[in-house]
Design a protein around this ligand. Structure first.
Ligand code: BJW
Length: 230
């Protein structure tokens, strides 16, 4: 059995990392303007404010711990590979909680908070400290400035070719803890359906795409994911 799992902010919610959108209106984008904080134009206009936003989230992430949903997905990877199948885990999350729970192969399509990228040469480096205007690229002689290694609105997500290939050879596509409102990830379920692949949603509440899934399981990820993996 080859399974493609797409995770979103809901999988890390119980680890204390906020989600972006929820029906109660308490998500990150209800408090902060995504056009100012998560676009290249916002960063160009006010890099200090964008750095402060990601610096606070980086510090919070370093204190956070994976939860039972991350652990269950790490067990699933091992279990499927022992049985001759495979898990392709693609996450929209920029945290490293899947890796810390033991997942060995994780594709971060929206980048990684604990990495920074040179705006000039494009080099990516591990980065656990605060970023600021004075953060120069350690590798390039061009004096390039480091920016968060994340994918903002209007930028192209990472690894799309690999995701497409995995999706087209999967037996099952499962979306966990994602609102299904940001493309191209929100379109994966339609692609899977069109290719005749079975689809399943695991979420706290029905997502924007709930009607597209063959199977739906609702509850907190820390309970619903281990129950599905078992
Ligand atoms: C729980 C739970 C618990 C809570 N247990 N569950 C008009 C139409 C269509 C598309 C567009 C359009 N205008 C613009 C676009 C494109 C745009 C887009 O989709 N915009 C939409 C808002 C409409 N997309 C882009 O710009 C992307 N790039 C792109 O399209 O490039 C062009 C291209 C594509 C393909 C090929 C070639 C070219 C880039 C998108 C970048 C997204 N960036 C962000 C921020 C950066 C990272 C960061 O700061 O962290 O990524 S935005 C934010 O949303 C973040 C997330 O990864 C992303 C998705 O959010 P997610 O994970 O779904 O979280 P939430 O909060 O939305 O949902 C959480 C869910 O969990 C909820 O359902 C809860 O119920 C649930 N939950 N607690 C289980 N305990």
């Amino acid at each position: 059995m080859r399974i493609v799992v797409l995770t979103g902010a809901g999988v890390s919610a119980e680890s204390g990392l906020g989600t972006f959108r929820d029906k109660a209106g308490t998500g990150i984008w209800a408090k902060f303007d995504p056009m100012r904080l998560a676009t290249p134009e916002g960063f160009a206009a006010d890099p200090e404010t964008v750095h402060a936003f990601y610096n606070a989230r980086r510090r919070n992430l370093i204190e956070a711990k994976p939860n039972a949903a991350h652990a269950a997905l790490a067990r699933l990877e091992t279990g499927l590979s022992v049985r001759g199948g495979g898990l392709f885990l693609v996450t929209q999350n920029i945290d490293d909680l899947h890796e810390r729970a033991g997942s060995r192969h994780v594709l971060h399509m929206h980048g990684e908070l604990l990495k920074a990228r040179c705006s000039d040469c494009g080099a990516v480096a591990d980065w656990r400290d605060d970023l600021g205007l004075e953060s120069a690229c350690p590798g390039c002689g061009n004096g390039g400035e480091m920016r968060p290694h994340v994918v903002w609105f209007g930028e192209v997500p990472l690894g799309l070719d690999l995701i497409e290939t995995a999706l087209m050879s999967a037996d099952l596509f499962v979306a966990i803890g994602t609102s299904g409102s940001v493309y191209p990830a929100a379109g994966f379920v339609a692609e899977a359906r069109a290719a005749g692949i079975r689809t399943c949603e695991i979420n706290l509440e029905p997502s924007d795409n709930a009607g597209m899934f063959d199977e739906r399981r609702y509850g907190p990820a820390s309970e619903a994911v281990p129950a599905w993996v078992a």
